[in-house]
Write a protein that binds this ligand. Structure first.
Ligand code: F6R
Length: 222
């Protein structure tokens, strides 16, 4: 699979913002699946600056930590601070997985998302589908693996403060999206990105499932 290498983080952010903008303008009633983490920061900043009409958009987040949603490091807080509080989206149109996993799954099953934006973990995870996750997986509670806890400890005072569990959208659910865009930033991501896109398709590398999707774009910058 082709990995499009972009000049820098700015280009990565506005290239993906262009795709989102084009989707909203073409179909104002659009459904997006969205990530958190450090990679989409620039994308969300760029989207906020474009003053698009989000009035009929529905969003579904990929995952949440199992923790107080009002905590400063919760994914609900992240989305509010970086995007939702700064655009004209209806709070009720911003959905997050919760313990009622069947209900979240049903909401996504009816109509596939128009666009799913993904980051990738250094262990090849997408959302919190860690290595070994079934390609048939749906929304569920998962244990985070050691690598992910270590990687995400940079957002917390100590590694012990990182939540050990999360609720994640499954790989099967992600694959139902009409279009998928994967973004990765930093040399530490290149090796796993290349393995996932050009190596074998295996549950050991969850992102490798994307090779089976017919409408995926992958963007990388150093
Ligand atoms: C977060 C998510 C994760 C991240 C991945 C990369 O909602 O779905 O899969 O995309 O862990 O995180 P960053 O961007 O922080 O390197």
């Amino acid at each position: 699979m082709k990995i499009k290498i972009l000049k820098d983080y700015n280009e990565l952010s506005y290239t993906v913002a262009d795709i989102v903008e084009e989707q909203i303008k073409r179909e104002p009633i659009s459904r997006f699946i969205l990530p958190t983490g450090s990679t989409p920061h620039g994308l969300y900043k760029e989207l906020v600056s474009r003053e698009l009409d989000w009035g009929a958009v529905m969003t579904y987040n990929l995952d949440v930590y199992i923790m107080n949603p009002n905590h400063s490091q919760s994914y609900q807080t992240f989305m509010k601070e970086n995007l939702f509080n700064k655009i004209n989206i209806y709070p009720t149109n911003c959905q997050f997985p919760d313990r009622n996993v069947q209900s979240y799954e049903q909401r996504l099953k009816g109509i596939p998302a128009d666009l799913c934006i993904l980051g990738i973990g250094t262990n090849g995870h997408i959302a919190f589908n860690e290595p070994g996750s079934s390609f048939d997986s749906e929304t569920r509670v998962v244990d985070l693996n050691e690598q992910t806890i270590e990687d995400n400890s940079r957002f917390f005072d100590s590694v012990d403060d990182v939540p050990k569990q999360a609720i994640t959208m499954g790989l099967k659910t992600i694959m139902k999206s009409k279009k998928i865009v994967l973004i990765a930033n930093g040399v530490h991501k290149y090796k796993i990105l290349n393995v996932a896109m050009n190596g074998g398709i295996t549950e050991k590398v969850p992102a490798s499932i994307l090779q089976k999707h017919n409408n995926v774009e992958v963007f990388y910058c150093d």
